[in-house]
Design a protein around this ligand. Structure first.
Ligand code: TYC
Length: 113
């Protein structure tokens, strides 16, 4: 007997098609994909501003924030934090908003982990 997949109400119930309880159990243990918020170096944003931003937006300690800022300053880019997509995008947007308010060209991007 055929299953008629396109027909509403036809075929097997969703739970059965997708493997029932097994699907739900697998979903519970799967980690959602994570995304890096990457900060880029530039020649104009003050070091103190980047350190303060890493402390306040990315919850880094003063020592961590200073070390990370220097790493970005020397290496061109660095990972400020790793989050689920919505949080990563919100933090990158916050970086742009705070930098723009002060007239700094600081750039942040979001990329898959
Ligand atoms: N290069 C900047 C300076 O010398 C400091 C800086 C560090 C800027 C990190 C951006 O993501 C950055 N003032």
């Amino acid at each position: 007997m055929s299953e008629e997949p396109g027909k509403p109400g036809g075929g097997k119930p969703r739970e059965e098609r997708e493997g029932g309880v097994a699907t739900q159990e697998r979903k519970q243990v799967e980690r959602p994909p994570r995304f890096k918020v990457v900060l880029y170096n530039d020649d104009y944003t003050p070091m103190e501003f980047v350190v303060a931003l890493l402390e306040q937006v990315f919850r880094r300690s003063p020592v961590e924030a200073t070390q990370l800022m220097l790493q970005i300053h020397r290496g061109g880019r660095g990972v400020a934090g790793v989050y689920v997509l919505e949080v990563a995008e919100t933090r990158a947007t916050t970086v742009h908003r705070l930098a723009e308010q002060r007239g700094y060209p600081l750039q942040a991007g979001v990329e898959p982990e």
